[in-house]
Design a protein around this ligand. Sequence first.
Ligand code: AMP
Ligand code: ZN
Length: 486
Amino acid sequence: MQSLKIYNTLSREKEVFAPINAPHVGMYVCGPTLYSHAHLGNCRTFMSFDVVFRYLTHLGYKVRYVRNITDVGHLENDGDEGEDKIAKRARLEQLEPMEIVQKYTVDFHHVLQQFNLLPPSIEPTASGHIIEQIEMTKQIIDNGYAYVVDGTVYFDVEKFAKEYPYTQLSGRKLEDLLENTRDLDGQDEKRGRLDFALWKKAKPEHIMRWPSPWGEGFPGWHIECSAMSTKYLGEEFDLHGGGLDLAPTHHTNEIAQHAACHHKSPAHVWMHTNMLTVNGQKMSKSLNNSFLPEELFAGTHPLLEKGYSPMSVRFFMLQAHYRSTLDFSNVALQAAEKGYQRLMNALKLVASLKTSGTSSVKVQAQVDDVYNALNDDFNTPIALAALFEGVRIINSINDGKDTITEEDKTLLQKLFNEIVVDVLGLKEEEAGNSDKLDGLMNLILEWRKDVRTKKDFAASDKIRDELLKIGIQVKDGKDGVTWTVQ
Ligand code: AMP
Ligand code: ZN
């Protein structure tokens, strides 16, 4: 079997994964800005890292997985200007900023739980780490890579870029960046147009503010991740992840701040997930093409032909590699629904397979195919294809067309339980209460039909009357029997 290789955005190569302090692994993923509901695109990114977390754990690593919650400092234009996203929402909803964050954090956790994501080991908030962000900013100023202008602290990108590789992650040229950066408000304060704020002076109307050596203000968006990753994972750690859209600015600046403070790069491997798209366009709140997981489950969004269960959606996401874009489509979701069911049926069936003295199937080859796929930069679509070969084998043994030994059956069962359930996070979905009621009513009405065939009308009426007493009305119409809950 191959060893695990991960594509590193920094080197643009798949590298053999070699943790700094194995079996311990430090992994940081940029979390959501919780000023509104997380959309399905955000969920895709966190689901991809859930599989990374699960697979590393499965391989025996002791992973400390840190995923933050941005609750301050992320301004509307993702840069240094505009209103704070949380503060703006608080003003619109007439709530405390922390009420907004709490409301959407609860919702975020609920959604991720529905998709069966494991919680991270630590989920720190930016507002809970103001002191660490101030300390880091002070150190960057002391090291000569930041300057203060009227209560705001800017990072000096051009000075930094003379000594360190600033654009390594994005692969862009500094000259091109300089040319393509618009002049924004506050530009007159900055020495260079690429400089960004580590700390911002709070205007009088700004509600989220803290005292600092430079006056009252609030931290910039990028510094929070640098401060929190260092606090919980150290100055050098193994993995840093996020959506691909974060690489050119947020992550580039994270690396720069960290190097300016600690003279080293924070993470050895940088992983980036590609975007969930709708008709080829990135799903995004600002483009108005995003839909919420709840709308997807209920099928209430105009783009949806029907509702899809969380596990079918998880299966749909896993069918694409995390570095490829994934375009939303009803057809693909319907296929995913069927694929997920087939996989779950095989999972149930594998435990009850009859064994014999010889195997006519090659189980070890299946196991190797699945692991080789996952070891090749977490290639879930190839792993699923290999698992479906396993599904075919299971069905064929069940139909008596193939045979399997006890030993091979144990191997196959282990593969399905550990990879499908533990690593891919696909679990049997419980029928909802309405499905259960439907099933129960079908059973009762079948039974009633039976007693009527036997001309036991007293029993038939008793069933109808007793159901009515608990609020279920049964009607015998000319097209058959119907029932309603009153
Ligand atoms: P935000 O709350 O906007 O900061 O985003 C949280 C995470 O979701 C970030 O890692 C983004 O890169 C990621 N993200 C945003 N839009 C999409 C999308 N359409 N598909 C996949 N990931 C996304
Ligand atoms: Zn971040």
